[in-house]
Design a protein around this ligand. Structure first.
Ligand SMILES: Nc1ncnc2c1ncn2[C@@H]1O[C@H](COP(=O)(O)OP(=O)(O)OP(=O)(O)O)[C@@H](O)[C@H]1O
Ligand SMILES: Nc1ccn([C@H]2C[C@H](O)[C@@H](COP(=O)(O)O)O2)c(=O)n1
Length: 232
């Protein structure tokens, strides 16, 4: 049950590199303040996964735009995750192959443009949205923006332990290398790269627990008058 009441239409942007904890923290924060939460990475992941499933060329922008258009046609995207043609896809999008494919299609401006409108429409009446360009491009006017970071080794350790828990065989050095490659692609692309918005607050979670990160965010939101405690 929500413990805090947000101001009407509050939009909160949560950006950061892979494994920084954005998704986990955004979900917990959403429960605390009673707002919907939207994971924008799922849109890029589903595009990448559909392209992989079709054996399409991930470097062919025209083909990826076509996949994006078809994907948007069969899509339901909400706080509960993502469905495509009536099937739940969220869990099967978690692997590294799909993550790498998502990062490749995400570098294509026309693919991003197609996904931008949907993200802005769904954010309409208030939400917490996590991704790479939420504070800079998708919701530039959001009154609260957070940029989560953590050392690359800690992020790789988190991802490695997550994959192990999912019963997937994985080697730490490979996970670390994949993460570094994805970081580089996401940060160095020309369009809407992973970047901290000038008005975003950075939180380094390397040595913080998830609940400590969420508490810091709640404190900042309360001090700014964007949320207030609900009395019992
Ligand atoms: N502060 C933290 N301390 C320890 N583990 C954490 C912390 N934050 C997140 N984790 C764990 O790290 C893993 C990755 O977190 P999460 O999926 O939220 O990251 P992300 O930034 O959304 O990654 P991606 O962009 O790749 O989806 C999860 O297993 C999560 O429980
Ligand atoms: N707003 C966003 C969200 C995601 N991406 C890209 C870059 C990531 O490597 C990939 C997968 O995201 P994740 O699920 O790991 O958060 O999607 C992006 O460019 N912009």
């Amino acid at each position: 049950m929500a413990m805090w009441k947000p101001v009407a239409g509050l939009k909160i942007a949560v950006d950061g590199p892979s494994g920084s904890g954005k998704g986990t923290v955004a979900k917990l924060l959403a429960e605390e303040v009673g707002l919907p939460v939207l994971d924008t990475g799922l849109l890029y992941r589903l595009t990448g996964a559909v392209a992989l499933q079709r054996g399409a060329d991930l470097a062919d922008e025209a083909a990826m735009v076509q996949v994006t258009v078809e994907m948007l046609d069969g899509l339901i995207w909400s706080s509960s995750g993502i469905e495509f043609h009536g099937e739940k896809w969220t869990d099967r999008l978690r692997g590294e192959e799909v993550g790498a494919a998502a990062s490749m299609v995400a570098a294509m401006p026309e693919v991003r443009a197609r996904l931008l409108t949907l993200q802005q429409q769904l954010a309409g009446s208030g939400c917490i949205m996590d991704g790479r360009d939420i504070g800079t491009v998708v919701l530039p006017d959001a009154p609260a923006k957070f940029f989560l970071t953590a050392s690359v080794r800690e992020r790789a350790r988190r991802r490695w332990s997550q994959l192990k828990q999912m019963g997937r065989r994985c080697d730490f050095d490979e996970v670390l290398l994949d993460l570094k490659k994805r970081d580089q692609r996401d940060r160095e692309r020309q369009h809407a790269p992973l970047a901290q918005a000038v008005d975003a607050i950075a939180i380094d979670s390397t040595t913080l627990r998830v609940d400590e990160v969420v508490d810091r965010m709640l404190g900042i939101l309360e001090r700014r008058g964007l949320i207030e405690a609900i009395d019992d």
